[in-house]
Design a protein around this ligand. Structure first.
Ligand code: G16
Length: 543
């Protein structure tokens, strides 16, 4: 096998964001761009020789081309084996499972998550380590450093590999195993959940819709819900992954999964609805006439964990990202277990999961998961909710109501201002930072600010420190107002403002969050000066 050392020059924009490197497809299509980044990843893993690499993506445009390049580079960079999902497909949680299941050194997941796909849209690459989780902060820094000093990359020459059937072949000294992308993951779900109880639910009067949004979860959902659990045909919709996701935006929220939301919130609603995102790690849960906020979802799942066989002994601890509401903290206190607050990004849960300090974790950004993999897991969350419904025989609305009555309700909403000019967004954050010293003690939005800071996190397992993770205003009554810039966008900047208010009065638990949080919403707009600095009168997305 011929191996070529190709001279190349560094690109200055290869710093990974919240979750890997995400750019427009046209950026990745520049000569040497993809190759440079892959070589930087490989160089950052010096012990890779002879080891196994898991490879797959969410099927978006450019997935298949990138896989051919990565196979050639893996063969030239001494990997012993690549395990590839048939058709180049793997959901993010399935890739995480395969890394752990087959003892791989790591995995490359080709996805820009919920961002749209197509020739003018987004592509992305994430590297996950041997625990199956996203690259740590230090590894991410090392990849970035390598990308800035790169002068060449190594690539083998061989014809395009046929990736659409399961097979094992040798590529020089490297073995390529092409496997069913679904089977191992579906088997894992069958070990975690009580599939006979779930079958009984789904084969009865209970009606469910799962919208795969033409992204990666289609084949997984068909196998699990319709084939293994026997739900009626048509339970899974938009099940075929398409390179452009059917022109949609596979982000499971009320704006982008509108058809499903309209169905569940309309007059003909089934009992339960759910959706996942481009790469299958996010989830949205809806009951008849009701939306479950991701923060509440984490709290409800934690409170009911014992009804799922894999967690019947109870949870070790729980964690949430800083902007996620404190609902799960209240559950943890009542269960007498540890709870942690981490920066945004699933990678921050990895050490806590590996150390056995937590069992469940989640984020307001529609992510929920457990120690079964090291990624958030959309279908796992759906199966967990179905398990609660099967065991309690209550509706989603009843479960939420009872939860709020017992623990109180954390009213919550996130307002996103997408595609802002970067300098305006930076000016907003700088303006907020400048106010941090004068805000404590002020009475605003009907309450007193107790603490105003820029969130810092010290990892309780390895002591590593992460600073500047978002501006927080903490009020004396438990309310919070948080500001941060997204680390996952590919054009301009996205300002996220998170609002939270804790309500214990049982007569005030079923209000419209936008109304109930009005004062905090107005204060967030005012303090960030978003309208003044960007001209935007309203957020792009409200969740
Ligand atoms: C990624 C990360 C999540 C994070 C989310 C939003 O999710 O894995 O941990 O919460 O982005 O991040 P940001 O607020 O910086 O845009 P995904 O589903 O996009 O991979």
């Amino acid at each position: 096998m011929e191996i070529l050392t190709q001279v190349s020059q560094a690109f200055t924009d290869q710093r990974p964001g919240t979750s890997g490197l995400r750019k427009k497809v046209t950026v990745f299509q520049q000569p040497h761009y993809l190759e440079n980044f892959i070589q930087s990843v490989f160089d950052a893993i010096p012990d890779r020789a002879g080891k196994t690499l898991v490879l797959g993506g969410d099927g978006r445009y450019f997935n298949r081309e990138a896989i051919q390049v990565i196979l050639k580079m893996a063969a030239a960079n001494q990997w012993g084996e690549v395990i590839l999902g048939r058709g180049g497909l793997l959901s993010t949680p399935a890739a995480s499972h395969l890394i752990r299941h087959y003892g791989a050194r790591g995995g490359l997941i080709l996805s820009a998550s919920h961002n749209p796909a197509g020739p003018d849209q987004d592509f992305g690459i994430k590297f996950n380590g041997e625990n199956g989780g996203p690259a740590s902060e230090s590894l991410t820094e090392e990849i970035w450093r390598r990308s800035q000093e790169i002068t060449s990359y190594r690539i083998a020459r061989f014809p395009a590999v046929e990736i659409d059937r399961e097979q094992e072949i040798s590529l020089g000294n490297m073995r390529l195993r092409i496997i069913d992308p679904v089977r191992d993951y579906a088997d894992l779900m069958e070990r975690i959940f009580d599939f006979s109880a779930l079958s009984a639910l789904l084969q009865g009067d209970f009606q469910m819709r799962f919208d795969a949004l033409h992204a990666i979860t289609g084949p997984y959902a068909l196998e699990i819900f319709e084939k293994r659990l026997g739900a009626p045909a048509g339970t899974v919709q938009n099940a075929v992954p398409l390179p452009d996701f059917g022109g949609g935006h596979p982000d499971p929220n009320l704006v982008y999964a509108k058809a499903l939301a309209d169905l569940l919130l309309g007059p003909e609603a089934p009992d339960f609805g759910a959706a996942s995102d481009g790469d299958g790690d996010r989830n949205m849960i809806l009951g008849r006439g009701i939306f479950v906020s991701p923060s509440d979802s984490l709290a409800v799942l934690s409170a009911h964990a014992r009804c799922i066989p894999a967690y019947k002994e109870g949870l070790r601890g729980v964690a949430r990202s800083m902007p996620t509401s404190q609902a799960v903290d209240v559950v943890a206190k009542s269960l007498g277990i540890e709870h942690f607050e981490t920066p945004t990004g699933w990678k921050f849960f990895g050490n806590l999961l590996d150390a056995g300090r937590i069992t469940f974790c989640g984020e307001e950004s529609f992510g929920t998961g457990s120690n079964h993999v090291r990624e958030k897991d959309g279908l796992w969350a759906v199966l967990a909710w179905l398990s609660i419904l099967a065991s309690t025989r209550k509706s989603v609305r009843e479960i939420l109501r009872e939860h709020w009555q017992h623990f109180g309700r954390h009213y919550y909403t996130r307002h996103d201002y997408e595609e802002l000019p970067s300098d305006a967004a930076q000016a907003m954050m700088a303006g907020l930072q400048a106010q941090l010293t004068v805000l404590p003690g002020q009475h605003l939005a009907g309450r007193e600010i107790r603490i105003a800071d820029d969130f810092s996190y010290t990892d309780p397992v390895d002591g590593s420190q992460s600073n500047h993770q978002g501006v927080r205003l903490l009020f004396d009554d438990g309310a919070r107002l948080i500001f941060r810039l997204s680390g996952t966008g590919t054009s301009g900047a996205t300002l996220r403002i998170y609002h939270e208010l804790y309500e214990r009065d049982s007569s005030r638990l079923e209000r419209d969050p936008q109304r109930h949080l009005r004062e905090l919403i107005d204060l967030g707009r005012e303090l960030s000066r978003v309208e003044h600095l960007s001209g935007r009168k309203a957020p792009t997305v409200i969740t």
